[in-house]
Ligand binder design. Structure first.
Ligand SMILES: [Zn+2]
Length: 271
């Protein structure tokens, strides 16, 4: 099972990161961790060689006023994907022009380095869809929650999408988001779909609980996989295989031969 987008529960404590990695490994998860600051990248560095994890790096829109992306080109070069980058007008007060400049700079770096990107689009979906129109590498829109019309713009661009930890829950309750969720689960082509947790604190938030144990990570992924497989009328195992293949394509790696190692380390070596 793949968790396409996650943050460590606690990057301040190495012990906690080691425990989380162990739990994820025992649960048979491959995890794509997102580092939103250079400090986070530094803190996770010692784990970068592990085969069951991948790491993206990008200045998160919440911290867009604290860093100059061009100063970190070496980190961008070393990561598996650039992200999460984007803009956010709902959960942060960083001035819009600052966020936009930071996003433009990082799109430019990712294009230059030939890296795929992971997007955070909260409240800024339409503007971001326009900004990435000519971006040349694969784009993954993480936990999309904009409107349907704007979703079409990302679909036209043939973006990848992750369904968030609240996917199964939203499918079951009568909210406006329910329709969008079901629409996405049905309409996004299989080659472009992923599941994600966004890390344990997002899982707790999505499920409306204050504390959620790390074991919930794999439970939530399998619950969501069950729902998605049901909607698409396929087996969960097939969905997992598809997501692994999607990951290879997102990372622009060659198709894996039968009985391959399942290792994604090549993505960083390649560049
Ligand atoms: Zn995230």
């Amino acid at each position: 099972m793949l968790d396409m987008h996650a943050h460590f529960c606690c990057v301040e404590k190495e012990q906690s990161m080691t425990e989380e990695l162990q739990l994820r490994k025992e649960a048979g998860l491959r995890t794509f961790f997102s580092c939103g600051t250079p400090e986070e990248w530094e803190a996770t560095k010692k784990f970068h060689s592990r085969r069951e994890v991948l790491f993206s790096f990008g200045i998160h829109p919440w911290y867009a006023d604290r860093y100059d992306a061009e100063a970190y080109v070496e980190l961008f070069r070393a990561c598996d994907a650039v992200g999460e980058i984007g803009m956010d007008s709902v959960w942060c007060d960083v001035p819009h022009p600052v966020q936009r400049r930071q996003l433009e700079a990082q799109l430019d770096i990712a294009a230059r380095l030939g890296k795929p990107i992971v997007l955070h689009t909260k409240g800024q979906e339409r503007e971001i869809a326009q900004m990435i129109r000519d971006f040349p590498n694969p784009v993954c829109v993480h936990w999309y929650s904009g409107d349907r019309q704007t979703l079409e713009l990302f679909l036209e661009k043939d973006c990848y999408f992750t369904l968030g930890p609240d996917f199964a829950r939203l499918c079951q309750c009568a909210q406006a988001q329910t329709q969008l969720c079901r629409y996405m689960a049905r309409e996004i082509r299989a080659e472009r779909l992923f599941l994600e947790t966004d890390g344990i604190s997002a899982v707790a938030w999505a499920l409306g609980s204050e504390y959620t144990g790390l074991e919930r990570i794999s439970e939530v992924l399998w619950e969501n996989a069950g729902y998605l497989a049901g909607i698409r009328n396929i087996k969960e195992e097939e969905l997992c295989r598809r997501m692994e293949q999607n990951l290879r394509e997102f990372l622009m790696l060659p198709k894996e031969k039968q009985g391959g190692s399942g290792c994604f380390r090549e993505s960083r070596k390649r560049i």
